[in-house]
Design a protein around this ligand. Structure first.
Ligand code: SAJ
Length: 431
């Protein structure tokens, strides 16, 4: 591993980013800002049209202004088809299949789309989070499409492949994308060195070089570390519930220890990263990854526990047709991302399990309910005011700014199930 200076001045040239989602689009923007001529590619015509218009297809603090700048200057264009370039960055979804193995279909489609425009000499970087060995599989896929090219650096049609996992936190993407340290893992030394130089063109953090498989596992290890630590907090919350002890007090007090830093329990772990990536380690080493698997199971069990709490409160109130105010659907505060969100699962389960229950969802960052919820007659997207007026039971699932600024006194004597411990110091708010 080395984080030495780049072998030469960081290059600027033509760069294609395949996949314009939460990571691909900000990445395309920062490369454009750094002087590259960037083409962003996405299969969705709507996303491409929206980006070319300078309109951000999702909520992310500080991103739209810079998008408008790079579109206006012509440094970034979007299209549904790749064009020849010096560098290709693949940033497509990597969900898992039913058995928790990686679904390679998006990577394979990206490989197939760029293979025809390669001429030799290009660097192809996989940014998507993947199990060890996947960058090599992508390279094999591309070379199978283009047998005239090679990974041998002495070949006239040499291609260079690397993995460059991202580390940005949704909600802080623009700040973290340029300043976080990064890892690049090459398939071969030359590929690693080229990838390092490319990322150093915009990244002010250190860019360490390793091999592709090590970079792939390091990324998975980061997110699994966080998942295991959140699982510890969630398990503690389940233990505290059984013992009748306030988990937030326990954590606050335990964290006074200089070497203890327990994370926060909640309704479960969502998003497309932490709830997914540990499974790639489990599928790569099923016999060994016992702690990592158990952490996933603990975190995945939390939504069920919140539902049990809601139904217990409804029963205690003698309500057969309760109206539940569900506060927050996103997978974490102050974003509109509903992927793998435990809050969506909770709202769905409540509404489908009892057609006589009304589920009033308050999510200030979206304008429409996700399809599965919208299809249900007893689920509605409402404002906080409506929930305040109508709900029998309040369930706080995401600590969005709007809720942080809300005094729970407005709910009067109605029961509050506060899965985030936001209003725990207020009388009447159950943890
Ligand atoms: N959560 C808790 N308790 C906590 C912290 C988080 O329940 O104390 C929950 C959140 O509510 C959310 C989930 O965990 O549902 C994940 O949120 P997060 O903020 O921990 O992480 P992500 O998924 O937004 O971003 C993670 C980050 N990884 C790490 O912190 C190791 C980010 O740096 C990665 O770039 C990102 O995954 C990714 O794309 O892989």
């Amino acid at each position: 591993m080395s984080s030495s200076e780049p072998p030469h001045e960081p290059p600027r040239g033509r760069l294609v980013v395949v996949g314009l989602g939460y990571i691909g689009l900000p990445t395309a923007i920062v490369f454009a800002q750094a002087g590259w001529s960037v083409l962003g590619v996405d299969v969705s015509e709507n996303i491409v049209a929206s980006i070319n218009y300078g309109s951000l297809p999702f909520v992310e603090e500080g991103l739209e202004e810079v998008l408008v700048d790079v579109i206006r200057s012509g440094a970034l264009r979007a299209s549904t088809r790749p064009e020849p370039a010096d560098v290709f960055i693949v940033s497509v979804p990597t969900p898992f299949t039913g058995e928790h193995a990686v679904d390679m279909s998006y990577i394979n489609a990206a490989a197939q789309s760029i293979a025809p425009v390669l001429t030799g000499g290009e660097l192809v970087v996989l940014e998507s989070t993947v199990p060890p060995g996947t960058t090599e599989k992508m390279a094999e896929k591309i070379l199978a499409e283009r047998p005239d090219l090679s990974m041998d650096p002495t070949h006239p049609g040499a291609l260079y492949f690397a993995h460059a996992p991202e580390r940005v936190l949704p909600g802080r993407i623009m700040a973290e994308l340029t300043t976080n340290d990064r890892i690049v893992g090459g398939l071969g030394d030359e590929a690693g060195a080229r990838a390092q130089a490319v990322y150093q063109s915009f990244c002010t953090g250190a860019v360490s070089i390793t091999d592709a498989a090590t970079a792939e596992l390091a990324k998975l290890a980061e997110n699994s570390f966080r998942d295991v630590n959140i699982a510890f907090a969630n398990e503690l919350s389940l233990i505290c519930d059984d013992l009748g002890i306030n988990v937030w007090d326990v954590i606050e007090l335990a964290n006074q220890h200089p070497r203890v830093s327990i994370l926060q329990p909640g309704p479960g772990v969502g998003g497309h990263c932490i709830a997914v990536d540990p499974w790639f380690i489990v599928s790569a080493a099923p016999e060994r990854a016992r702690l990592i698997r158990t952490a996933r199971e603990v975190n995945d069990s939390k939504p069920k526990r919140v539902i049990e709490q809601i139904l217990t409160v409804a029963d205690a109130l003698g309500l057969d047709e309760p109206t539940i105010g569900v506060l927050g659907l996103a997978f974490k505060p102050d974003i509109d991302d509903l992927r793998e969100s435990p809050s969506v699962d909770i709202a769905l389960e409540l509404a489908t399990s009892n057609p006589n229950m009304e589920v009033l969802c308050v999510e200030p960052n979206i304008t429409h309910l996700p399809k599965a919820l919208a299809a249900l007659k007893n689920a509605r997207l409402v404002t906080l005011d409506v929930a305040v007026e109508r709900a029998d039971i309040i369930v706080l699932l995401v600590d969005h700014q709007q809720f942080r600024q809300t005094d729970p006194e407005i709910f009067g004597s109605r029961p509050i199930i506060d899965a985030k411990g936001l209003w725990r110091r207020t009388a009447g708010a159950a943890s």
